[in-house]
Design a protein. Structure first.
Length: 617
């Protein structure tokens, strides 16, 4: 968004001002470089943008600045904040969790005082809205369960933690620092907070009531954060940060800022399974979704969390489920927290130039939103989703032991290389999963990889296995990419290519790490002059006689024949068929269903054909 420098835009249809300072009294749509609000005065911004080139001074204890109905404040400061004053900016934000679930937050305000610049935040600065401008302070409790009614808001201080430069999740580890209700959260430091049980039907003029159930509205009141905000990071460690401003944050601009070299330019978002109502760690279901910005103008790529559950000692067990959410993350709404991973010991900086006026009700910004896109199915049943400006990509789901799903995405970008491209290739957020699948880059696990597409490209696809484990790979999304392009899983051990456009790929693996055995490819290298087989062989399923017949009148050499079920499992195989003119294979032991016949000839030739096995009474 381009905004004229040294300009303050005040929209009269969205702004009400009472006893405003002499600088702006009765003046709208005129350029000003700063805002001064005297005591017992206020600015009220409804559903619009206020842009201030310089600082905001809420001078007196009763100087107020209200942002309502997605109204936002942007500032043009190019260095550190010079905001000041005893008054308060008030901005609403709704969580998406009940008393058992976490949201990750980053406050847009800090303590109000005559001191210049950003100040620390604590949950005592959270309030329950009672009218369009009035609020009452939340009650901070020592118990585990926050709650809300039509006249109260209780927040549990036990679940307020920050996370500074440590290994991701790390339950009970040194990275998690208990904050409780202490005002020790510096600007840009994210924090966890569980939500509330109950509901609050108070209507304060927003799109919904205060809490229709599991979505508590909080009134953040304090000095508005502004200017450069630095966040510490460390090599291969996570830090909880987020959007620290009372406006949307252009996440791509932050992650791809050329000056921010100390992290890997990927954001990780916590997702919590809201069907599990427990405070016990062993019953938690949650995980991190991964956002790759790709480029400044791109909508980016997000792959959802793989839900894990945890044993009492903090180790992972092997049950869980994928969230299935596809969330647009280009613009972080006010209050949104997320993790970043450092690639060195240093700092990264959030700047006003990363801010933008983007309303949370838009398609590209919300705490949690299932992707609102067009959905179509091609002839093979593979779903094609996404607006036309989405990144060209495919998504693969790996179902692990029929328990949980790991999703990965492969982006097709002309600027991408086969190496690690910061801001495109995204490491897995879950280093300690007992069983996992991933793209293997430099023997590290990645859940998003970008390449410049060519049918000749071959991508290592790895598995981590604890004990004997069943994996099922399916192609679930083809977005802005040739829907007719085959996508194969190649198994170097069997030297076979499996076309995911035809069926899922099933494999059972013993304990170990498999980074060199499997590849994702776009060309079956065994395909040679396949017309020889296709023009000379006739495959027929005779259900009356329960026989698979292969007619070979020209006596073409056939090395082997394989029959696969629709899940890709080999159920029947014959070798050394030589050059007979007719072959018959009994299908009497097979269940009814669709199968794939694959025939292998000389010089790497092969052909596939679907058949249907039925029982004829």
């Amino acid at each position: 968004m381009q905004i004229k420098k040294n300009t303050l835009f005040l929209k009269s249809n969205a702004m009400i001002m009472k006893h405003f300072s002499f600088l702006l009294f009765f003046v709208f749509g005129v350029s000003f470089s700063q805002v001064y609000v005297s005591n017992n005065s206020f600015i009220y911004n409804r559903a619009s943008l206020v842009y201030v080139t310089g600082n905001v001074e809420l001078n007196g204890a009763n100087s107020n600045f209200y942002l309502r109905n997605e109204g936002q404040l942007l500032q043009g400061t190019t260095g550190t904040s010079t905001n000041r004053g005893l008054g308060k900016l008030s901005v609403f934000q709704e969580g998406s969790s009940d008393n058992f679930d976490y949201n990750y937050w980053c406050s847009p305000v800090g303590n109000s005082s005559v001191a210049i610049g950003n100040e620390n935040f604590g949950i005592t600065m959270l309030n329950r809205p009672t009218t369009v401008t009035a609020s009452t302070p939340a009650t901070i409790i020592a118990g585990y369960d926050g709650s809300t009614t039509n006249s109260s808001l209780e927040i549990s201080r036990f679940w307020i933690w920050k996370y500074l430069s440590s290994n991701v999740y790390d339950p009970g580890g040194a990275g998690w620092i208990s904050v409780q209700d202490n005002p020790t959260l510096a600007a840009g430091q994210g924090f966890t907070m569980k939500g509330t049980s109950g509901s609050d039907n108070t209507n304060v003029g927003e799109a919904t009531v205060n809490n229709p159930g599991g979505a508590q509205r909080y009134d953040f009141r304090g000095k508005p954060n502004d200017g450069n905000i630095t966040v510490g990071v460390d090599l291969n460690k996570q830090t909880l940060t987020g959007n620290p401003y009372p406006s949307a944050l252009h996440v791509n601009a932050f992650l791809l800022d050329p000056a921010n070299t100390a992290f890997d330019r990927i954001a990780y978002y916590w997702e919590h399974d809201k069907t599990v109502n427990s405070h016990y760690l062993a019953q938690y279901r949650g995980g991190y979704g991964t956002y790759s910005p790709i480029s400044l103008v791109s909508n980016g790529l997000y792959v959802p969390a793989t839900y894990d559950s945890y044993n009492p000692d903090g180790t992972l067990n092997t049950t869980g489920a994928s969230s299935g959410l596809v969330i647009e993350r280009k613009y972080a709404p006010i209050g949104q927290g997320f993790m970043v991973r450092g690639n060195s010991l240093g700092t990264v900086t959030l700047r006003n130039s990363h801010r933008d006026y983007y309303r949370e009700s838009g398609a590209l910004s919300q705490f949690e939103r299932v992707n609102a896109t067009t959905t179509n199915s091609d002839d093979d049943g593979i779903v094609t989703t996404g607006p036309i400006n989405s990144v060209s990509h495919i998504r693969l789901n790996t179902i692990i032991n029929n328990q949980f799903t790991r999703q990965v995405a492969l982006a097709f970008l002309p600027e991408a290389t086969m190496g690690v491209d910061p801001g495109i290739d995204a490491k897995s957020p879950d280093d300690n999963l007992p069983n996992d699948s991933y793209f293997s880059l430099n023997n590290e696990k990645y859940v998003i990889q970008g390449i410049d597409f060519s049918v000749e490209k071959r991508l290592r696809f790895g598995f981590k296995v604890t004990g004997n484990t069943a994996f099922k790979i399916s192609l679930v999304d083809v977005v802005n990419f040739d829907p007719n392009q085959p996508v194969y899983v190649y198994d170097a051990q069997t030297n076979l290519y499996h076309n995911l456009k035809l069926s899922d790929f099933d494999v059972n693996l013993a304990e170990g790490v498999y980074n060199d055995r499997f590849e994702i490819t776009f060309k079956d290298a065994a395909l040679g002059n396949n017309e020889v087989l296709e023009n000379n062989l006739v495959v027929v399923q005779n259900n009356n006689n329960q026989l698979l017949s292969i007619s070979n009148p020209n006596a073409v050499e056939i090395k082997s024949a394989g029959l696969y079920d629709i899940a890709g499992k080999l159920v029947l195989q014959k070798t050394d068929l030589a050059s007979k003119q007719n072959y018959e294979l009994s299908t009497s032991s097979l269940s009814e269903g669709v199968y794939i016949v694959k025939l292998f000839g000389a010089d790497g030739q092969n052909m596939s054909q679907k058949i249907i096995v039925e029982r004829i009474d």
